[in-house]
Every structure is written in C-alpha cells, then in structure tokens.
Ligand binder design. Structure first.
Ligand SMILES: [Zn+2]
Length: 177
C-alpha cells in the first residue's frame, strides 16, 4: 500500500533514522522557545538525550532533561508533574521506542500541547506499536506493522490501518476484509 506523505496521518517521526536528530535540532534552533524539555522514555534513549541536550543549548534558553521510563509505575504521575510546570513557551522532545513515544504524545496532547510544540525522535526501528481497535475501543501494544492483521481481544480479526489517532496515541485497527 503506497503512502501519500501529504495526506497520511502516520507520524513523521517514523521516517527519522535511529539516532539522527539533526532535523529536530534545526527546527528548534529557529524556535524562540524559552524552555526545552528532553524526555528519555527508556534506557535506550539515555545517550541520545545527553547529546541532544547539548545540541539544543543556545543563549536565552533553558534545556532540561529527564528520564521517565514508560515501564515505570509512576510514569504518568511524573509526566503530569512536568506538564503542570510547563507553559506555552515550552517545547518537548520525546526520545525512545515508537510505542513509548506514542504513549507520551497522547498524554501531552491530552494536556493541551500543540503538535508544533512536541518533537519526537525514535531510537529504535522496533515494530512494536500501539493499536486502537475501532470495534471495542481497547488499546494494545503489539509487534505489528501497518497492513498486518491480528485477532483483537474482542474476538474481531482486525488489520492495522494507515491512520494514526493523535488522541488515542495509536494506529487505528478495523475489521479485516
Ligand atoms: Zn477489539
């Protein structure tokens, strides 16, 4: 299935090469944001976060870095705590595996962040994705690619569709044909 980059809702960060953050740095260089918060969402993102933090520094800007592992029990509490301190002059850079980024993006957008305020750098080409079932509404994290089919916990055989829901933080899955 071909992807039209102009109309697809598949996140652009899918195309970012592992560890290549030059595009995000260039974008943020032209941004007047007073504070940039870099969030490592798993162990694999630690080194990248260090390098990124240095690359993002510029006069008049505060660059903060934190580790907030999605696997941790208090990840939601920690993220909400950062969000309560954030203002409209903040920008967020999320680093980690795709599923972790999807989770954090959904939470940031639910808290009112605008898409231009959130940047994502995937550190892994791992195929694990969050998928939202259109039939039962459940969200599952599965090793699937767009176009794959699987049996949802609700019993319906669904296929992963080329539609990414920002609100759900996952790909939409419909009943397979
Ligand atoms: Zn389902």
């Amino acid at each position: 299935m071909p992807v039209n980059q102009l109309t697809t809702s598949v996140p652009a960060w899918e195309a970012v090469d592992t560890g290549d953050f030059s595009e995000v740095v260039a974008e943020l260089h032209g941004d007047s944001a007073a504070t940039v918060l870099v969030i490592a969402l798993d162990h694999g993102a630690e080194q990248l976060t260090d390098e990124l933090t240095r690359a993002l520094e510029k006069p008049g800007r505060t660059v903060l870095a934190t580790s907030l592992y999605v696997s941790g029990v208090d990840a939601e509490v920690q993220l909400d705590d950062w969000l309560s301190r954030a203002s409209t002059t903040w920008r967020f850079v999320l680093t980690g595996a795709p599923a972790a980024i999807m989770w954090a993006r959904a939470r940031l957008f639910a808290a009112g962040a605008m898409s231009e305020e959130v940047h994502s750098i995937s550190t892994a080409a791992e195929r694990v994705r969050r998928v939202f079932c259109a039939h039962c509404g459940s969200v599952q994290t599965l090793p699937v690619s767009v176009g794959d089919t699987y049996r949802c916990t609700c019993g319906v055989q669904v296929s992963v569709y080329y539609h990414y829901s920002v609100r759900q933080g996952g790909y939409l899955a419909f009943e397979a044909e």
